[in-house]
Design a protein around this ligand. Structure first.
Ligand code: PH4
Ligand code: ZN
Length: 312
């Protein structure tokens, strides 16, 4: 099956009450591991790249980086029988968003969540107009992803306001929305017990009805932390979103689950393990083998947990 619009993947998930993990990549090896998992589990795949990934891949030129990612992802999509889309994650800079659209991304995120509400509406509306004209779907964000130092539940203004979410969707015609409900990026998400604002999420879904996105959704897989630490890493204090909490968010209307940290940790666990056990190997196709296997394993677990397996 073809290279598809992210909107098509997410609208099906929205109707059928499951979620797709969107996996961030920076290079070929992560893409290979994700694609292998998708084939094995017959799951649709959403690949995403940040602006930083575009710049990295293109040796400083975001358009070149975007074209490289489109070529890699399209080649797999065009030759496989599962739907695959490519999404720009956290587009903040107009230049990067235009580069992604021009290169052929199937969707973009405009992240103006740090701006006042009306400005976020205005900026998002502009991007929606441009993107929709060429068949590219759009994600936007409301509220802020809180860092570990923030007490998100006492800082009302950090999380999404459900009434604003309704107004935002009506005014912008955005295709999917990331409401801040208490997650944050990276491996250190909670100081104490992991907790998200389910009530808020439920209200946003009731009032908007569109596919919703959970950013900062990595679980920080203990098995991978243990392997990495066994071979020299120090990930002390790391904590992610537990599987049961993720499942609950899917029940309440999350359809896209952004996952980056878990893949990075799986890769480093495998790489450290391999290099520890083999001090002679210097062929990257061999020394990255375990790393790719661990990434694939984490991807498969997500596909099963979120209900996207067998949905291709
Ligand atoms: N993301 C990933 C952002 C990656 O600049 P960069 O390439 O480091 O940006 O949008 C997520 O929501 C991932 O959440 P996670 O950290 O829980 O995996
Ligand atoms: Zn994010």
């Amino acid at each position: 099956m073809p290279y598809v619009n992210t909107k098509d993947i997410l609208e099906k998930a929205n109707k059928e009450y499951y979620a797709i993990a969107a996996f961030n990549i920076n290079n070929l090896e992560f893409l290979q591991a994700i694609v292998e998992a998708g084939i094995e589990k017959r799951s649709p795949i959403i690949i995403e790249t940040s602006e930083g990934a575009m710049k990295y891949a293109g040796l400083g030129d975001p358009l070149r980086g975007a074209r490289i990612f489109v070529k890699m992802v399209r080649e797999f999509a065009d030759t496989l029988n599962i739907p695959i889309s490519l999404h720009l994650d956290h587009g903040k800079d107009f230049k990067y968003i235009m580069a992604a659209i021009k290169a052929g991304y199937s969707s973009v995120m405009i992240d103006a969540s740090d701006k006042p509400f009306e400005e976020n509406v205005r900026i998002t509306k502009d991007i929606v107009r441009i993107a929709h004209a060429v068949g590219v779907s759009v994600e936007a964000e409301l509220g802020k992803l809180a860092g570990i130092e923030d007490n998100v539940f006492s800082a009302e203004n950090v999380l999404v306001n459900p009434d604003e979410a309704k107004k935002f969707v009506e005014e912008t015609s955005v295709d999917f929305l990331a409401p801040a409900i208490g997650t944050s990026h990276g491996a250190f998400k909670f100081k104490g017990e992991a907790k998200l604002d389910f009530e808020r999420l439920k209200k946003v879904k009731e009032l908007t009805g569109i596919p919703l996105v959970l950013h900062g959704a990595s679980s920080v897989v203990q098995e991978m932390v243990d392997i990495a630490e066994k071979y020299g890493a120090d990930f002390g204090g790391s904590k992610g979103v537990p599987s049961d909490i993720l499942k609950e968010t899917v029940k309440l209307g999350i359809n896209k689950v952004n996952t980056d940290t878990d893949l990075r940790m799986a890769f480093i666990a495998g790489l450290r393990e391999f290099l520890h056990n083999d001090s002679k190997e210097f062929d990257p196709r061999k020394y990255m083998k375990t790393a790719k296997e661990y990434v694939k394993k984490v991807v498969i677990d997500r596909m099963e947990l979120l209900g996207s397996a067998e949905k291709a």
